[in-house]
Write a protein that binds this ligand. Structure first.
Ligand code: ATP
Ligand code: MG
Length: 264
């Protein structure tokens, strides 16, 4: 790390995450556009309170059920995810028996290779999407449409994070269950996904891995029941209500505590 961040800093966690992403950028894993996307995410993290909220936990439980029940689950990894939570991705993939595939909006073969190497250095056995991204997702025009015929192309459940709306919609149109991790509850991705986890990937991915470890031995019937009872619109609405309530409380607090200039 290039700068020493004091532990007592009120934004400590957030600053450490920024440093990790900048390091990932310098190593060639993330692109400048990824840094900007992270800033948009941070804004929503500020609004939810920079912690895992109840509706996110509910979505995570459904996500774990969907991944464990899937025939062919795949975790899609981009530069930001590889820079921020490589360990978590490998642990989660192992816990649910998912394949890992690199998929980039701004694709370059060199960056794909670097991301795959990074994941392997964190213990991934196999990383798809490197030399085998030869199938295409219909209706997508970015380089992101190129996918592995053994991975995303044939997957029934795909976990995406920090993802663009067009691609999420295209994956849904292909009939896949899409689990999205996205801090913005009203992004196109959040609205289009089958299961939306409104949380920071740095908290959500390790938590998903932990939940998956303990749900692994659950009877299938229990997992199916969790999925059947899951309602994504309800969860998104709970997230917005959480933000609304928080802002309402904050507004009251400011009115009580912050005085205008000249007031005693
Ligand atoms: P959409 O295309 O879905 O409408 P967008 O164009 O606003 O979204 P993109 O850059 O396409 O945004 O996607 C990035 C998404 O990832 C944003 O919604 C952003 O809030 C979210 N995001 C950024 N950093 C993180 C993070 N660390 N954890 C979770 N979500 C994040
Ligand atoms: Mg977008």
């Amino acid at each position: 790390m290039r700068i020493e961040i004091p532990r007592t800093h009120p934004r400590y966690e957030s600053l450490v995450i920024r440093e990790r992403l900048v390091e990932g950028f310098e190593k060639g894993l993330a692109v400048p556009q990824g840094l900007i996307a992270h800033g948009r995410g941070e804004c929503f993290d500020y609004l939810i309170g920079e912690k895992t909220i109840e509706p996110a936990l509910k979505a995570m439980k459904a996500a774990v059920a969907a991944l464990l029940l899937a025939r062919h689950p795949v975790i899609s990894v981009n530069g930001n995810v590889a820079a921020l939570v490589p360990d978590g991705v490998v642990k989660l993939a192992r816990a649910v028996g998912a394949k890992i595939e690199v998929n980039l909006f701004y694709r370059s073969e060199e960056r794909v290779r670097k991301i795959a190497e990074e994941l392997r250095s964190h213990g991934a056995d196999e990383v798809l999407g490197v030399d085998d991204a030869v199938a295409t997702i219909p209706e997508l025009f970015s380089e992101r449409r190129r996918v592995s015929p053994r991975g995303i192309y044939v997957a029934d459940v795909v976990l995406v994070a920090i993802e663009d709306g067009d691609r999420t919609e295209a994956l849904r149109k292909m009939g896949k269950t899409v689990i999205a991790i996205d801090l913005n509850p009203i992004s196109r991705t959040s609205l289009a996904a089958s299961i939306t986890i409104v949380d920071n990937v740095t908290r959500a991915i390790p938590k998903l891995a932990e939940l998956a470890e303990s749900a692994k031995t659950e009877p299938r019937g229990n997992l199916e029941e969790i999925l059947r009872n899951y309602d994504n619109s309800e969860v998104l609405s709970e997230v917005l209500n959480h933000i609304n309530r928080r802002l309402g409380e904050l507004s009251e607090k400011i009115r009580r505590e912050v005085r205008s200039p000249g007031e005693p």
